[in-house]
Ligand binder design. Structure first.
Ligand SMILES: Nc1ncnc2c1ncn2[C@@H]1O[C@H](COP(=O)(O)OP(=O)(O)O)[C@@H](O)[C@H]1O
Ligand SMILES: [Mg+2]
Length: 202
């Protein structure tokens, strides 16, 4: 399914934009494509996924995805997680998805500003991997992970517990280095090629 077909069958865009939703979706693709041509980056190809703020596209490089914010992130009133994750300290921790380029102020022809990020394509089925590797502990692990973002007073306890499992060691390092935890819910993790569960959004 290409992104236009996706768009026409999904209600999400219509709930976000009351009018001209399709035009806005098409435009965001064009902005990304124009950026890719100008900067000689992999071009967006098909729709992959979306969250509340961003749309993710596959690119002409099968290992690379492009993320573009489709709501004005300034409206949300907090710093972009991609900008934080792109910092050397978090990239080197290995606990966040690999970021190849982060542009937080790309201006299109209409002078609108966009945030664009090029990232390693990851496996979002991290829970399947954990269930397979740790069949008897997977429920506890997934629960501990889901408790982190509530900033529960027991957050340290969950973090220490997770640190006992190889796939979480780098993520725990990133959190200890100050990775924001308030948006670390299940859809914001993925599995990388080294079988580490990493944050993709926070
Ligand atoms: N690097 C990636 N590889 C594969 N899928 C991704 C990647 N980054 C994001 N996604 C998918 O896109 C969804 C939305 O991306 P995200 O950056 O979390 O946007 P938002 O800020 O809108 O929540 C994720 O929940 C995930 O399913
Ligand atoms: Mg997200």
């Amino acid at each position: 399914m290409n992104f236009k077909q996706y768009f026409e069958t999904e209600e999400i865009a219509n709930t976000i934009y009351t009018t001209n939703a399709k035009q806005k979706f098409d435009k965001i693709f064009d902005v990304l494509k124009t950026f890719a041509i100008e900067e000689n980056f992999p071009h967006p190809t098909t729709y992959l996924a979306h969250g509340t703020n961003a749309i993710i596209f596959n690119t002409t490089n099968k290992n690379v995805i492009a993320r573009i914010v489709w709501l004005n992130s300034a409206l949300l009133g907090r710093e972009s997680c991609d900008k934080v994750m792109a910092e050397d300290i978090f990239q080197e921790s290995g606990g966040v998805g690999r970021i190849y380029a982060h542009i937080d102020n790309y201006k299109d022809f209409d002078d609108n500003t966009h945030e664009i990020t090029y990232k390693e394509k990851l496996n979002t089925k991290w829970q399947d991997y954990i269930k397979k590797e740790y069949p008897s502990e997977s429920n506890e692990i997934i629960k501990a992970l889901s408790n982190i973002h509530y900033q529960d007073k027991n957050e340290d306890k969950y973090i220490d517990y997770l640190n006992g499992f190889a796939p979480f060691k780098n993520l725990v390092s990133a959190i200890k280095l100050g990775l924001p935890t308030h948006d670390l819910h299940a859809n914001n993790f993925a599995l990388n090629g080294k079988n580490n569960v990493v944050a993709i959004d926070c």
